[in-house]
Structure formats: structure tokens, C-alpha cells
Design a protein around this ligand. Structure first.
Ligand code: FMN
Length: 182
């Protein structure tokens, strides 16, 4: 079947990450993003994601360039509804969700303790995709994972990553299968 062109992304399963930022006044912000990707490892590790230009996330990153990518499991699923609410700029979604802020090492925005891993990033560049969206590109300054969540690679059976397709359609229950590579 043919899809409406704007529905092309409904064919793609994408990891949901929660991006935390901080306002110039020191108020933290967090929002889920599934249009995200690692972009390079060498010579610099680079992560990118697409944000609506009206999101507080972009507003904060424009101010100070800093963001934390919190990698989350399906236990965050029920929080999506709260986290994506359009709270006033002065309200922290992290607090509203009852989550715990932890100081990051290199940057001001907090990590979220309940995530299973964290990337601390500093924006190096951005690409304006349209009047609606911007692709934000950040250098990864620190990458850390909870010990129990990692066994050579992320232990998906343990952390149960939260993946998203569209709307309320999320994907859970992943398993690692190994195929030979050339
Ligand atoms: C699972 C999920 C994935 C989302 N992915 C994106 C995304 O990749 N880009 C985007 O601009 N908004 C995305 N959103 C919407 C934002 O998270 C939402 O509008 C949020 O309120 C923005 O918060 P902010 O204004 O605090 O930055 C997503 C929402 C959900 C629930």
C-alpha cells in the first residue's frame, strides 16, 4: 500500500530518549524525542535530534548549547503523557514527573537518575529543516550507563528500551540476536 508522504516515518521504529536542558534562570526542562540518532563516533562523537522550533528544549539549547540525552526504558512510558504537556517555561517536567535530578559532570542541565544511561552533549551546530523544525547537532562530552544495564552492549532484556512509532504506538520487548558480519 502507498502511504501519505508525511506518514513515511510510521515505517520506522525509533528509540525514545528524554532530553534535559536548563533555562538561563536555572529551571530544568525535559521532553521525549524519538527523531534522534548517533551521527558519528570519530574524530568526535556526535549525536543529533530534530526539535520543533517552539519547544522549550530548543529555546534552552539556543541559550546555552547544553543538553543531556537520557536513555529510558518502558517504565517511562506512562510518563510520556505528563512530560510532553506544554508546561509553562518556569515549570520543570522532571519535578512534575516525580523523577530525580542528578548533577551532570561537564554541563549544567541535570541527568535524570531513573534513566539507564546518559549522554552529556554540547551543541556544535544546527540545521534549520524548515520554519517548523531544527536538527540539533551536539558533541558527546560524556557517555555513561548504569553497570547493570550494560553487557558489551546495552542489555535490552534488562533495560527494556522504550521505542516509538507514532502517536500512542510504542514498541517494547526487544531481544538481541547476533548475525555474522563480513
Ligand atoms: C514519544 C514521543 C516522541 C517525541 N519526539 C519528538 C521529536 O523527536 N521531536 C519533537 O520536536 N517533538 C517530539 N515529541 C513532542 C515533544 O516531546 C513535546 O512537544 C514536548 O512537550 C516538548 O517539550 P518542551 O517544550 O519542554 O521542549 C515527542 C513526544 C513523544 C511523547
Amino acid at each position: 500500500m502507498k502511504l501519505e508522504l508525511q506518514d513515511f516515518y510510521k515505517l520506522l521504529v525509533r528509540p525514545t530518549v528524554v532530553i534535559s536542558t536548563i533555562s538561563p534562570g536555572g529551571i530544568s526542562n525535559a521532553a521525549p524525542f524519538s527523531w534522534n540518532s548517533p551521527m558519528a563516533t570519530k574524530p568526535k562523537p556526535i549525536f543529533g535530534f530534530s526539535s520543533n522550533v517552539n519547544h522549550d528544549t530548543w529555546r534552552n539549547i539556543k541559550e546555552n548549547k547544553e543538553f543531556v540525552v537520557n536513555m529510558v526504558g518502558e517504565d517511562f512510558g506512562p510518563l510520556m503523557e505528563i512530560m510532553e504537556k506544554d508546561f509553562p517555561y518556569e515549570v520543570s517536567e522532571i519535578e512534575e514527573c516525580g523523577l530525580t535530578e542528578v548533577k551532570a559532570i561537564h554541563i549544567k542541565p541535570p541527568r535524570i537518575q531513573e534513566a539507564y544511561g546518559w549522554l552529556e552533549c554540547k551543541m556544535t551546530n544546527y540545521v534549520s529543516l524548515s520554519e517548523r523544525n531544527v536538527w540539533i547537532i551536539g558533541e558527546v562530552l560524556d557517555a555513561e550507563v548504569k553497570d547493570e544495564a550494560f553487557d558489551e552492549v546495552v542489555d535490552v532484556a534488562k533495560v527494556k528500551p522504550l521505542n516509538h512509532i507514532w502517536g500512542e504506538a510504542f514498541v517494547t520487548d526487544m531481544k538481541i540476536t547476533r548475525f555474522k558480519r563480513a
